[in-house]
Design a protein around this ligand. Structure first.
Ligand SMILES: [Ca+2]
Length: 196
């Protein structure tokens, strides 16, 4: 390898390294069960207290063994409400794609409503993959997902019972596709009040 070829190879390696390094800030992954507020019949499921009707395999194959769930038979609006609010912080402004790792019972339990920062809610899901954890993507270029840097809230709302949500992922990279369990992104801890 002559010097010029060597430098070209080195430059390519540096560029590849930089591209890889840029990924970390492009993707924010949250555990659904990290919600600051959960109202019934939405509930936080814990592998230590398995609910009736769910196999241990579903629990064991969730990230952290915990997720949010609206059990089958809990009801749907207008008879039943139920929601969960999750706080998250973004390092950069952009048009985000939202992914959720979900478990749907069937065609009558395969969607939820999502509202960002108290804005207009949109329907998420409606795909036909049932009884297994899988990632579902939001419709592209949603106005609600044009987000500034800083703190935001995401509200998951009951639309149909028989659903579960394990992880939530936001990315500015439209080509990013989550696979399996993604590593949760550490979120800033809320400021603790100082004692006088
Ligand atoms: Ca989880």
């Amino acid at each position: 390898m002559n010097t010029r070829t060597h430098l070209a190879a080195l430059a390519a390696a540096v560029c590849a390294g930089l591209a890889g390094a840029a990924w970390a800030g492009d993707v924010v992954c949250l555990e659904a069960e990290s919600a600051i507020e959960v109202t019934a019949p939405m509930l936080r499921t814990d592998i230590a207290f398995p609910p009736d009707g769910k196999s241990s395999a579903v629990l064991a194959s969730s990230s952290g063994g915990r997720y949010l769930e609206i059990p089958e038979g809990a009801g749907k609006p207008p008879e039943a409400g139920g929601d969960a609010t999750i706080e998250f912080t973004l390092d950069q402004a952009g048009t985000y794609t939202l992914w959720c790792r979900v478990w749907w019972l069937d065609g009558c339990g395969n969607s939820l409503g999502i509202a960002i920062n108290g804005g207009k809610d949109f329907t998420f899901g409606q795909d036909a993959t049932y009884k297994k954890w899988h990632w579902v993507r939001s419709p592209p270029r949603l106005e609600q997902l044009m987000l500034s840097a800083g703190k935001h809230t995401l509200k998951l709302m009951n639309r149909e019972d028989g659903i579960a949500i394990d992880q939530i992922l936001l990315t500015v990279n439209p080509r990013f596709i989550p696979v399996g369990i993604e590593k949760p992104t550490p979120q800033p801890k809320p400021a603790t009040p100082t004692t006088p």
